[in-house]
Design a protein around this ligand. Structure first.
Ligand code: URA
Length: 197
């Protein structure tokens, strides 16, 4: 492939094969993936963490520095905020899983490009299909752009999408940068507790 192009292949075909192969195999495929440029600078691929049978699936954006070094999503400062959110939601370990829109860290922490998000999307969709969560929580706008770009979601307002409930909340990093968002986030959570309780 030319230096800056992705080799995304056929979306439906990739998803079908990944779903057929099973969750463990998706991890191996992610580790072996060279379809976009992000793999070149990645140290570790970041597959996901949490329950294999979650009621709630969180979708983050992209691995950061700590995640790139450890292969574990949300293991740095944003991860501490996500832990607080999960605690506030009253979820226990068996209830949730977290994955990202792209599985390799974008260099210099830049936002993932639309083409990189598209190229990685079969992994995300196959993960969702196999994990089969009742609720998907999109952590920020990048998760929305990846998972349901055709929707214009409002923060904290749930919608039904392909048989699941989708809720867009602030990305945990936004709570670090804008402290006043924490209270709003807690209010979004309080308003929607019925979805997961
Ligand atoms: N931010 C994300 O969106 N994902 C991570 O895994 C870490 C930080």
């Amino acid at each position: 492939m030319p230096a800056e192009e992705e080799d995304c292949g056929n979306f439906e075909e990739r998803v079908r094969k990944l779903v057929e192969a099973g969750y463990e195999a998706i991890g191996s495929e992610i580790i072996a993936c060279t379809r976009c440029q992000l793999h070149k600078s990645a140290i570790k691929r970041v597959i996901g963490k949490g329950s294999c049978n979650p009621r709630v699936l969180f979708i983050g954006e992209a691995p950061g520095k700590n995640e790139n070094e450890t292969g574990i999503p949300f293991c740095g400062r944003a991860g501490k905020k996500l832990d607080k959110m999960i605690e506030y939601m009253g979820l226990t370990e068996k209830d949730w899983t977290v994955v990202n829109t792209v599985k390799c860290r974008p260099p210099e922490n830049r936002n993932p490009k639309a083409s990189e998000i598209d190229c990685c999307k079969p992994f995300l969709v196959a993960q969702i299909t196999l994990l089969d969560p009742k609720i998907i929580i999109l952590l920020g706008n990048t998760a929305e752009k990846s998972y349901c770009p055709e929707k214009k979601l409002e923060w904290g307002v749930p919608v039904e999408h392909e048989g699941r409930t989708i809720l867009k909340l602030y990305h945990p990093a936004a709570l670090i940068y804008t402290a006043s968002k924490t209270e709003t986030q807690w209010a979004f959570i309080d308003k929607n507790r019925n979805l997961w309780e």
